[in-house]
Design a protein around this ligand. Structure first.
Ligand code: HEC
Length: 157
């Protein structure tokens, strides 16, 4: 009886110790690599490779609602991405997140997480960015850089 009690006390101690070790391991992991943080640097680089890959991705996944990248949307209510639209008013980090996980309060826009990889989202974004007038590209790029400075200071949430 006494030995049994002793044994179970020992067992509880071992379990508690294992749990402590497991927990401290976990918290170290989450701090080093936050799960939600995309492995992407912003503003996204607009390279020729990304733009041409993005053109195909756009044609297959986006133009059915948004229309041609610099034209009128096909679906009423879908925003135009071109110079006349509002897409360029937003920094790359937000556009990237919205394409992956839907814009806030979206009713129609699907999430592409699971359909497109993060690199493919960067490619379609590079394609959209490449369609803007050079001065609009410059302004949007400036906004993206400023937004990143805020993210460094205050975090992305
Ligand atoms: C089923 C139609 C549909 C498809 C497909 C679709 N969108 Fe959208 N998208 C919308 C609508 C509608 C909105 C406005 C928010 C809402 O009500 O859902 C939107 C919003 C957005 C926005 C934020 C608004 C802005 O300022 O531009 C971005 C960025 C965007 N879409 C990009 C894309 C990209 C890139 C793809 C393809 C990978 C895509 N969308 C595919 C319908 C669609």
């Amino acid at each position: 009886m006494r030995i049994n009690k002793f044994l179970s006390l020992g067992l509880i101690l071992i379990v508690a110790l294992a749990a402590t070790v497991a927990c401290s391991d976990n918290s170290i992991d989450t701090r080093v690599t936050p799960l939600e943080e995309p492995a992407m640097s912003f503003p996204v680089d607009v390279t020729n490779e990304r733009v041409s890959a993005g053109e195909n991705i756009y044609a297959r996944n986006c133009s059915s609602c948004h229309g041609p990248v610099n034209g009128r949307p096909t679906l009423p209510g879908a925003p135009a991405h071109g110079d006349a639209g509002h897409t360029w008013h937003h920094p790359d980090r937000l556009l990237f997140q919205w394409i992956l996980d839907r814009p806030p309060l979206a009713t129609t826009m699907p999430a592409f997480r699971g359909t497109l990889s993060e690199e493919e989202v960067a490619q379609v974004l590079a394609y959209i960015k490449s369609s803007w007038l050079p001065e609009i590209q410059d302004r949007q790029n400036e906004g993206s850089v400023q937004y990143e400075a805020q993210v460094v200071e205050f975090g992305s949430e």
